[in-house]
Design a protein around this ligand. Structure first.
Ligand code: MEV
Length: 328
């Protein structure tokens, strides 16, 4: 690996699933947007044959030649750093070179384990930074590798998180047509509330798989209602109809509750949003904790979001991100 740069920087955005989480795994549509919260990765080649990853107070050091994965302690630091480590290992082995090491500095604005795609964004930003060291900046290749790594980490991944983090924008996924970006005339105002209840996406996905196996008819009915909601939501977004879009968010949330992926904290935050002027609200991502999103009327976005959040850090008023993965 002589033909490489000594350092490279990349970043990738978080995402929120607007419509269709869980159902998307079973050949149903979904609508997802990238948001303006990012993970930034600074990669530097070292000559001590170590993969050293640092993010705030968390760190992980493993020799590049080690055949053993770092022991997965059930703590947050390793669950956050592990996908990043796997991406580094994978790109180095693709290059067929284990003689150099990599130092990674990871700086994240995305709350971890809250359903905002921190794992996918960390994979996309890491793969992009590593590929940049070898002068590849092909987004399709970054997406392909990050998606494979995410699939290894939580089975049954739809790949939607990595896609939106790589390409940015608002993305409509349809099983027979794949991903397409939606061009909307008007930006909507989204408030994110984090429950502080961490979840493991893979575990919630497995719970839904069991639910589906035991409740075949009910799952079919919920899926067909979720499909209809996605279709109507797409039209509302294209028409800029906020009121309809808000109602559809709340309808989608009711389906997720029936699927068993809500949580008392989620219901509390959603109630708070709806009682204080939000047009609609739902959980986003895997659920059983994590985050909720609320659609705020654009003409009174500040007033209503202040009323809901009361200055608490667990709320974030976000913008859509149209850039996806960025280099440098
Ligand atoms: C997780 O953000 C969304 C899920 O639908 C899983 C996936 O699509 O990979 C729960």
């Amino acid at each position: 690996m002589n033909d490489h740069l000594n350092e490279a920087v990349s970043s990738a955005p978080a995402k929120v699933i607007l419509f269709g989480e869980h159902f998307v795994i079973y050949k149903n549509p979904a609508i997802v947007t990238a948001i303006n919260k990012r993970i930034k990765v600074h990669a530097q080649v070292n000559d001590n044959m170590q993969i050293s990853i640092k993010s705030g107070e968390y760190s992980l050091n493993v020799r590049t030649t080690s055949k053993v994965d770092p022991v997965l302690a059930p703590d947050e630091s390793l669950s956050f750093l592990y996908p990043i480590f796997k991406c580094v290992k994978h790109v180095l082995s693709e290059q067929n070179n284990h003689n150099v090491g990599i130092n990674l500095d990871v700086d994240s604005q995305i709350p971890y384990g809250e359903g905002l795609g921190s794992s996918a964004a960390s994979c996309v930003a890491t793969v992009a930074a590593l590929y940049s060291l070898f002068s590849y900046r092909d987004r399709d290749r970054i997406y392909g590798t990050a998606k494979t790594m995410e699939e290894n980490i939580h089975m049954n991944s739809s790949g939607i998180d990595c896609y939106v983090s790589t390409f940015g924008g608002i993305v409509n996924y349809e099983p027979d047509r794949g991903f397409s970006k939606i061009g909307i005339k008007k930006n909507f105002s989204l408030l994110i509330g984090t429950t502080g209840v961490k979840h493991a996406t893979g575990e919630v996905v497995s719970q839904v798989r069991h639910f589906r196996e035991k409740n075949i008819t009910l799952f079919k009915d919920l899926s067909s209602r979720a499909r209809m909601i996605c279709k109507r939501a797409l039209n509302s977004m294209l028409e800029g109809n906020e009121v309809e879009l808000g109602n559809l968010l709340t309808e989608n949330h009711k389906l997720l509750t029936l699927l068993g992926v809500s949580h008392p904290m989620i219901e509390k935050l959603i109630g708070r949003c709806l009682d204080n002027g939000a047009l609609g609200a739902k959980l986003t991502g895997a659920g059983r904790g994590g985050a909720i999103i609320a659609l705020i009327p654009s003409e009174s976005r500040k007033e209503i979001s202040d009323r809901i959040s009361k200055g608490s850090e667990k709320w974030m008023l976000v913008e859509f991100d149209h850039n996806g993965v960025a280099f440098g």
